[in-house]
Design a protein around this ligand. Structure first.
Ligand SMILES: C[S@@+](CC[C@H](N)C(=O)[O-])C[C@H]1O[C@@H](n2cnc3c(N)ncnc32)[C@H](O)[C@@H]1O
Ligand code: SF4
Length: 453
């Protein structure tokens, strides 16, 4: 590990789950008519081929984890479930009204918040409700995020019956000191139980989310967390860098002090340690922060150059149109992005008014579309080729910005191809930043991104 390189490149930067990144979306937003026309265009181009995908945001959690950067609503009142599902289904109807034929759904992902906050019965009502107006593609996939403390066998079975073969559990860290600091107490036994149920029922891809860089994490505690994780042999492991963004998430992230966080090399060391332990146990590194067993579809997708990245992170399948339903969900029509109201009340009242409840968005320019492809290539395949249509001048400017990284041995050029070297892998966000024309032209005056390392 090269300390100087880490010091040099550890700067605030986007995670590139989209391009343009959300803070650089057009300040004017997107006109609702433009949003609808890009959805229809994308639908017409792709429904009969690959189909469409749905992301459904289920925002409720019973308690607040103080590290969490997701859009969630803390409540113990399960009476909110039914009306939320009704609103999501109504929102789906508003989209279906735009389509000239029955949508074919390739993939549904339930994200959160905690999707398993909802009862098995309500999860069934949701999925079956969506299919009243749609049909399944042959290779239909359903996946969901689950909190091990709040997931019953019944929910796991019901979601399996509805088509789920993939789930992901939030683990974060097993160390009691860390768990206390992040207000998330969960035992190995609880995780093992939900993991075992999933295996028994027949899930073929189980994923565990871990985070490095949490307060009080030390080499020993991370080693212990990873050893426990490996005992359960999840098919995938997401090993996220802790994104400390208290200015976005307010008091939610103030359950601990800045001084309690491992920083720079110390933090990077935790990543390198984890990575080595995953390698020693047969996992392969996928993109930036994922590991998978070679039997998992994500590994196969990487081998076949089919890996994709969207707002949920890396995925093995790509559809041109992804509709996000629910409070704060982001939709992607490939030609535009749009985000739903982030506040529950506003979201519900917009839908009740028969409006598609977006509050901001971005129509991609020709240049955005090209940069988006370059950034996807780099994030997913660690290489890209300068043949996508950028002007000679812009390409030269990007190459000039990359010279320092070539000198640092992070990447090389082969003809028109840019290839990220092994040493450059951890700096791939920095490499993408040299392509990010919106960031370069409008340098933010305040911190809006987490650190790249
Ligand atoms: C939306 S959560 C859903 C999981 C489920 N609610 C749970 O807690 O088990 C998805 C994942 O995002 C990751 N995450 C949330 N906040 C994060 C942060 N500030 N930095 C890095 N990863 C984060 C966590 O690993 C979490 O498991
Ligand atoms: S980590 Fe999961 S359970 Fe905790 S607050 Fe975030 S979304 Fe909710």
């Amino acid at each position: 590990m090269n300390k100087q390189l880490i010091q040099k490149y550890n700067i605030p930067g986007p995670r590139y789950t989209s391009y343009p990144t959300v803070p650089f979306w057009d300040k004017e937003g997107i006109a609702i008519g433009d949003w609808k026309s890009t959805v229809v265009k994308s639908f017409n181009e792709s429904n009969q081929n690959e189909g469409i995908s749905l992301y459904i945001h289920l925002p409720f959690c019973v308690s607040l984890c103080t590290f969490c950067a997701c859009h969630k609503k803390i409540t113990k009142r399960h009476s909110v479930e039914m009306s939320y599902i009704e609103t999501v289904l109504k929102e789906w109807d508003l989209y279906c009204d735009l389509f000239s034929e029955k949508p074919r759904i390739r993939e549904i992902h339930l994200g959160g918040g905690t999707p398993t906050f909802f009862s098995a019965e309500n999860l069934r009502n949701l999925i079956e409700g969506l299919f009243k107006k749609a049909e399944k593609c042959e290779d239909f996939e359903l996946s969901y995020e689950a909190h091990p403390n709040h997931t019953s066998r019944e929910q796991i079975v019901t979601l399996y019956e509805l088509g789920a073969r993939r789930n992901s559990f939030g683990i974060q860290d097993y160390d009691p000191v860390v768990q206390k600091a992040i207000n998330r107490i969960q035992t190995f036994e609880q995780v093992k139980q939900t993991n075992d149920w999933s295996r028994e029922v027949g899930y073929t891809s189980i994923s565990h989310d871990l985070i490095f860089g949490l307060p009080f994490q030390k080499e020993k505690s991370i080693r212990d967390t990873i050893e426990k994780t490996i005992q359960l042999k999840p098919d995938r492991i997401a090993y996220y860098s802790y994104a400390h963004v208290p200015w976005v998430k307010g008091v939610g992230q103030r359950g601990f002090d800045e001084n309690d966080l491992p920083k720079d090399e110390e933090k990077r060391h935790l990543y390198e340690l984890g990575k080595q332990l995953f390698f020693d146990n047969g996992y392969v590194e996928i993109g930036m922060d994922h590991f998978a067993l070679p039997t998992d579809s994500m590994y196969k997708a990487m081998k076949e150059n089919k890996l994709h990245r969207n707002f949920m992170g890396y995925t093995a399948g790509k559809t041109q149109l992804m509709i996000g339903l629910g409070m704060s969900s982001i939709s992607d029509s490939w030609f535009a992005f749009a985000q739903n109201e982030k506040n529950l009340k506003d979201y519900v009242s917009r839908v009740e008014n028969n409006e598609i409840p977006i509050f901001r968005g971005h129509l991609l320019s020709e240049e955005d579309l090209i940069i988006r492809q370059h950034i996807l290539n780099l994030m997913c395949h660690l290489e890209t080729e300068f043949n996508l249509g950028l002007s000679e001048e812009t390409q030269q400017q990007i190459k000039n910005r990359l010279q320092e990284m070539v000198a640092d041995d992070l990447l090389c050029f082969e003809g028109k191809k840019l290839i990220v070297k092994e040493k450059g892998r951890m700096f791939v966000r920095n490499i993408c930043m040299t392509f990010d024309l919106r960031l370069i032209r409008n340098k933010p005056e305040t911190r809006i991104f987490s650190m790249t390392i």
